[in-house]
Design a binder for this molecule. Structure first.
Ligand code: NAD
Ligand code: UD1
Length: 341
C-alpha cells in the first residue's frame, strides 16, 4: 500500500512515517518544510533502513499535487500538514484558514479527481471546545474552540462529513490527538520547535539543556488537584502507532463508508507540577520555575475517553510518563539545537 503523508517531515509526521515503513507501507512525504527539516526524513531512513520518497511542496499548490497523484499510485492519505501555533493563529487567522482549510480542500479535491478516498486527518482535542466535560467522548458535539487554529480543525472535520455525504466512496478518519510529547527511543528524531517553544515539554527540555533559564507555569490557581492545568499527555510513538492502527482498520473494513472520529489519548490527566516532577525524577535535572498569570484560552483540565480506539482499532497508549520524559531528554540532550546541530 502506498501512503501519501502530508507534513511527514514534522514532529508527529516523522514518527508516523517511521512506523509506517516498519509496518511495510510505502511512503511518499509531501511537505513544504515551513516548520520542519529534511534532516528528519534522512534520520527516519537511517533508522528504518528504508527509503522515503520526498516531494517538497505546498498542499495549496493544486498543480504540484496533481502531478504528485499522477506520478504516484496513492492508496491512502494521512494529512498532517498544517500550521499549529495557537497564539499565532489569533494574530494571523487568515494565514491559518488559508493554510489549514484551503490546503485541506485542495488536497481533498485532488484526491477525488484521482479516485483516492482513504483519508486520515490530524484533528485535535481542541475540537471539543470549552463546554464539554472530561473525559471527552467522540459522541459529544463539537464545541467552539478558543482559537482560530482550533476552528480550522472543526472546519475540516465538518468538510469531511459533508464530503462523505456527497461522495459515497469517501472513507475518512479523524484522529483527535490529545497532548503528544516524547520522542523516538533512539533520540534521533523528536520535536524541534522554531524559536521559543509554546508547548510545555519542549520548553521544559530547553530549560534542562540550559537554553532557557526557567519555566513559567501559567497559573497555579485552577480548580484542579494542585492548582495547575491538567492534560492528557501521550507518547508520540503511541500516537504514531495509532495512525498505523487506523490505516489497518480502513484496510480491514472494506464495507466502511463515511467518517469516524477516534480520540487518541491515555485517558488520564496530569498536572503541570506533576510533569515537572516526573521530568526531574526521570532525568535527574533540576527545572527552575516561576508562577505566571494564566495563559489566555487555557482550559483547566481535559483528558480523553480512549475506549473507542481500544475497541475498534485495537490501539491503546502503552508507554509510561517516565518513558515520555526519558525519551524527550534523550532527544533534547543529543540534539540541543534540534536538527540544526
Ligand atoms: P509540525 O509543525 O511539526 O508538522 C506539520 C508539518 O506540516 C511540518 O513539517 C510543516 O512543514 C508542514 N506543513 C505545514 N503547512 C504546510 C503546507 N501548506 N504544505 C505542505 N506542508 C505543510 O506539527 P505536528 O506537531 O507534527 O502536528 C502535525 C499535525 O497534528 C498538525 O495538523 C497539527 O495541527 C496536528 N496536531 C498536533 C498536536 C500537537 O500537540 N503537536 C495536537 C493536535 C493536533
Ligand atoms: C495547546 C493548544 C492546543 C494544541 C496543543 C498542541 C492552547 C490553548 N492549546 O494545548 O490547541 O492542540 O497545544 O499543539 O494553546 N504550560 C505552562 N508553561 C509553558 C507552556 C505550557 O505552564 O511554558 C502549561 C499550559 O498552561 C497547559 C500545559 O502546560 O496547561 C500544556 O500546555 P501546551 O503544551 O501548550 O498544550 P495545551 O495547552 O494543552
Amino acid at each position: 500500500m502506498n501512503v501519501l503523508v502530508t507534513g511527514g517531515a514534522g514532529y508527529i509526521g516523522s514518527h508516523t512515517v517511521l512506523c509506517l515503513l516498519n509496518s511495510g507501507y510505502d511512503v511518499v512525504v509531501y511537505d513544504n518544510l515551513c516548520n520542519s527539516s529534511y534532516e528528519a526524513i534522512k534520520r527516519v531512513e537511517k533508522l528504518t533502513a528504508k527509503t522515503v520518497k520526498f516531494v517538497e511542496g505546498d498542499i495549496r499548490e493544486r498543480l504540484a499535487l496533481t502531478e504528485l497523484f499522477k506520478t504516484n499510485n496513492i492508496d491512502a492519505v494521512i494529512h498532517f500538514a498544517a500550521l499549529k501555533a495557537v497564539g499565532e493563529s489569533a494574530q494571523i487567522p487568515l494565514d491559518y484558514y488559508q493554510n489549514n482549510v484551503h490546503g485541506s480542500l485542495t488536497l481533498l479535491e485532488v484526491m477525488a479527481e484521482f479516485d483516492v478516498h482513504n483519508f486520515i486527518f490530524s484533528s485535535s482535542a481542541t475540537v471539543y471546545g470549552e463546554h464539554n466535560p472530561s473525559p471527552y467522548l467522540e459522541t459529544m458535539p463539537l464545541g467552539r474552540p478558543t482559537s482560530p487554529y482550533g476552528t480550522t480543525k472543526v472546519m475540516v472535520e465538518n468538510i469531511m462529513d459533508d464530503v462523505s455525504k456527497s461522495n459515497e466512496k469517501f472513507r475518512g478518519i479523524s484522529l483527535r490527538y490529545f497532548n503528544p510529547i516524547g520522542a523516538h527511543e533512539s533520540g534521533q528524531i523528536g520535536e524541534d520547535p522554531k524559536g521559543i517553544p509554546n508547548n510545555l515539554l519542549p520548553f521544559v527540555a530547553q530549560v534542562a539543556v540550559g537554553k532557557r533559564a526557567k519555566l513559567s507555569i501559567f497559573g497555579d490557581d485552577y480548580p484542579t488537584t494542585d492548582g495547575s492545568c491538567e492534560r492528557d499527555y501521550l507518547h508520540v510513538m503511541d500516537l504514531a502507532e495509532g495512525h498505523v492502527a487506523a490505516l489497518t482498520w480502513l484496510q480491514d473494513s472494506a464495507q466502511f463508508r463515511g467518517v469516524e472520529a477516534f480520540n487518541l489519548g491515555t485517558g488520564t490527566g496530569t498536572s503541570v507540577f506533576k510533569i515537572i516532577n516526573a521530568f526531574e525524577v526521570a532525568t535527574n535535572k533540576n527545572i527552575p520555575f516561576e508562577i505566571s498569570p494564566r495563559r489566555d484560552g487555557d482550559l483547566p483540565a481535559f483528558w480523553a475517553n480512549a475506549d473507542k480506539a481500544k475497541t475498534a482499532l485495537n490501539w491503546q497508549a502503552k508507554r509510561s510518563l517516565e518513558d515520555m520524559m526519558t525519551d524527550t531528554w534523550r532527544w533534547q540532550s543529543a540534539n540541543p539545537n534540534g536538527y540544526n546541530n
